[in-house]
Design a protein around this ligand. Structure first.
Ligand code: HEM
Length: 444
């Protein structure tokens, strides 16, 4: 039996706000500081709402796997995400979720991966070519922008046979803006209408309309194209015997575009950041690739590249894009013996468990070799766990691995004076707080 520890409530307002003001200031920093001080099983309040922070492997397995039926995803956080994406496979619960997941699953069938391998190789080549021609006057390159563009092309081509290049600005910028606005909406804890709140809602609704219209255009174009059965995700949804409505199809497509590019792009961006800081890892990855004659025989072969896999795991440990997510309790239960009431929120943070000092030696140090040893189950969960585990893990690993390998093959990467004092910006996903610029020197 363990009791969830409650950190002191907010100074002065705590009786009303609970811990909301401290969380609002910097959610990640506050939660991490509390983990260090109060441990991995905590209780916090957002106003009157009780949240249990479960960040130990036994508790995580219990919530995400063993008793996952009692802990669905309809939390206020996911409802906010659904205001942008609509109700799709990421946010749905119950039968709706099962139907969506079943309809989308063929998109990730192992038989598709030869095709994904060749399109990822192709996009990697194209992006590197375009990057070479895009140096700014001072010679630096905006790696954030190229990584996002690459990730959007890959998701577009793998799910819809379209690079989405013509819609890049709208999709990427509007989605990103909407996510920023969603985060701001989440932190408005007063129920009153203020001028700034009204302006924010107006901006939100207008941006969402532009985004939806753009994606509806992509779907409409795809509808009239001849394709093999279930050739891409839109067709798998259109052909489903479940007769999804247009609104549902729009939500599923938005969901996949968002889930499929924002996360992967951020891992690639953080990877560039770490490669420039730890050039010895560039050398190790390069040497291993050179020893294999710069050849990759297929998606399966990538598992045999030891150094890039160690490196990527460490980036995912240090900077998991889905750094925090939640669940809500349906019926009364006990976690570690502590009573859970119906309606209580459960907060899970891959970032916190990835920095848990009992399971990770020197957790703040960047040490990819730590993955030479298998981590304890449920202490490394960048893709989540249990029935709601990420659908795109295999595709994400393929596209991250390929792009990084080929960039390292072509260039030596060094920091640029444009990206100084880079910090984490922990919103819906964990991004750097500024674009990452690097200097790229072509290898001979
Ligand atoms: C490095 C890249 C990625 C990371 C770190 C990541 C992480 C995650 C995590 C942690 C979850 C579970 C959230 C929860 O349990 O509440 C999730 C769910 C999901 N991810 Fe990913 N993801 C990545 C890439 C992708 C890609 C490329 C796709 C699609 C092409 C994708 C599609 C999904 C979907 C559809 C779900 C919802 C699954 C469900 O609820 O049944 N993800 N992802």
């Amino acid at each position: 039996m363990r009791r969830a520890v409650q950190p002191p409530r907010d100074f002065f307002w705590g009786l009303i706000t609970g811990h909301a003001l401290s969380l609002r200031k910097s959610r990640l920093n506050y939660m991490y500081a509390c983990l260090k001080q109060y441990g991995d099983f905590m209780e916090m309040y957002l106003g009157k709402k009780r949240t249990l922070l479960v960040n130990d492997p036994v508790g995580l397995k219990y919530v995400l796997f063993d008793h996952s039926k009692n802990y669905p995803k309809n939390t206020p956080g996911y409802q906010r995400v659904a205001e942008v994406l609509g109700q799709g496979v990421f946010t749905d619960i119950g039968e709706e979720w099962k139907n969506g997941r079943r309809a989308i699953a063929p998109t990730f069938n192992p038989s598709k991966f030869d095709h994904y391998f060749s399109l990822v190789s192709d996009e990697t080549k194209n992006t590197i070519l375009r990057m070479k021609n895009s140096r700014s006057v001072d010679g630096s390159i905006n790696m954030s922008s190229w990584s996002t563009r690459y990730a959007l092309h890959v998701i577009g081509r793998s799910l819809f046979n379209e690079t989405l290049e013509n819609s890049f600005d709208i999709i990427s910028k509007k989605l990103s803006h909407l996510i920023d606005l969603t985060e701001k909406k989440m932190t408005y804890i007063t129920p009153f209408q203020t001028l700034s709140k009204r302006a924010l809602l107006k901006d939100f609704n207008l941006t969402l309309k532009i985004l939806d219209e753009e994606i509806e255009k992509i779907i409409a174009k795809e509808k009239i194209k001849e394709r093999k059965p279930k050739e891409n995700m839109i067709h798998a949804l259109l052909e489903s015997p479940l007769n999804f409505t247009d609104k549902k199809i729009l939500s599923q497509v938005k969901t996949m575009i968002f889930a499929g590019h924002e996360t992967t792009a951020n891992v690639i961006i953080w990877s560039f950041y770490f490669l420039a800081r730890y050039p010895q890892w560039q050398d190790k990855i390069y040497a291993e690739f050179r020893d294999r004659n710069f050849s990759i025989s297929g998606e399966d072969d990538l598992k045999n590249f030891l150094t890039i896999n160690l490196f990527l795991k460490e980036v995912l440990r240090m900077r998991p894009p889905a750094w925090s997510f939640g669940r809500v309790a349906i019926s009364e239960d006990r976690i570690h013996g502590e009573v859970v009431h119906p309606g209580d929120l459960i907060s899970i943070s891959p970032f916190l468990i990835h920095h848990h000092p009992d399971f990770w030696e020197n957790p703040e140090a960047f040490e990819p070799d730590r993955f030479l040893k298998e981590p304890t189950p449920y202490t490394f969960i960048p893709f989540g766990a249990g029935p709601r585990i990420c659908m795109g893990e295999r595709l994400a690993n393929l596209e991250m691995c390929m792009f990084l390998l080929q960039v390292i093959k072509e260039f030596k990467l060094t920091n640029s004076s444009k990206s100084i004092n880079v910090q984490m910006n922990a919103q819906v996903s964990l991004r750097p707080d500024q674009d990452i610029y690097l200097e790229l020197e072509e290898r001979q």
